[in-house]
Design a protein around this ligand. Structure first.
Ligand SMILES: C[S@@+](CC[C@H](N)C(=O)[O-])C[C@H]1O[C@@H](n2cnc3c(N)ncnc32)[C@H](O)[C@@H]1O
Length: 241
């Protein structure tokens, strides 16, 4: 029998709904996995910020690596190695992934997570600001990479994109995370709480480089807005022509 006093049930907020839908998708399509779960738990216990990609985004990265038949992957921004594990698992036997991280403490956690996932042999983690490591990779002839995932500090995205092009071949897929920031990219003066105004300007400058590449025929690219457990954001995909 209905209660005489109707307690109004609050409508879920947009964020609650996005998180619930992410949970629904992940529950159906991204089965729980000990190595990935432990990587997130140990990262949290060590005080790393909760800014890894979500499970369904991680799986998307792995699927993109498989579609790309990637044998060589470069990642900028390791954190605790969560996206690294997704990407490295998509490599065939003999495949290699190089991941760049500026924070030595984060890198230590990531190394342990990557080793526990059984991926230490195919992953090389380099600890230094990525803008220092990228020219070294070019000098060493470490490229070309088949897939490059850019997910470090956002103010340096223009430089990361330009160095990535030097480490690419025709057909390389470049994926760039966090290119929408709740719509803040529309406003050059926006001060995003996570990446700051420098980050917003970095993403906007990256879009300008992307547009110049598309206009000049050297790049084919698009960007997609997303909502989910990590809020309203988006990613860009570019193929080097
Ligand atoms: C968003 S997190 C990476 C998340 C990770 N890709 C994942 O999804 O599991 C960004 C990372 O970039 C790192 N970072 C920030 N500035 C950097 C720089 N200049 N060079 C390399 N890494 C940097 C941060 O320490 C942080 O670990």
């Amino acid at each position: 029998m209905p209660s005489m006093i109707d307690t109004p049930t609050a409508e879920p907020t947009p964020q609650e709904r996005w998180t619930a839908v992410d949970d629904y998708i992940t529950g159906l399509l991204v089965p729980e996995d000990a190595a990935l779960r432990d990587a997130l738990e140990d990262s949290a216990a060590a005080g790393l910020p909760p800014i890894a990609v979500t499970p369904n985004q991680g799986k998307l990265l792995g699927l993109l690596a498989r579609v790309q038949r990637a044998q060589r992957i470069l990642e900028l921004g390791t954190l605790g190695g969560y996206s690294t594990i997704w990407l490295a698992r998509a490599l065939p036997a003999g495949g290699r992934l190089i991941t760049l991280e500026a924070n030595a403490g984060y890198a230590e956690i990531a190394r342990a997570n990557i080793a526990r996932a059984g991926l230490a042999e195919r992953v090389e983690l380099r600890v230094a600001p990525a803008l220092e490591t990228l020219p070294r990779l070019v000098d060493e002839g470490a490229g070309p990479f088949d897939l490059i995932f850019i997910d470090a500090d956002k103010q340096n995205n223009p430089g990361y994109f330009e160095w990535s092009l030097k480490l690419s071949r025709p057909g390389t897929l470049i994926v760039v995370d966090n290119v929408v920031r709740g719509g803040a990219i529309l406003d050059p003066d926006a001060d995003d709480p996570t990446v700051g105004n420098d980050g917003i300007r970095g993403v906007r400058r990256f879009f300008e480089l992307l547009a110049a590449g598309v206009g000049g025929g050297s790049i084919e690219a698009t960007a997609i807005q997303t909502v989910g457990d990590k809020g309203y954001d988006g990613f860009a995909l570019a193929i080097v022509e």
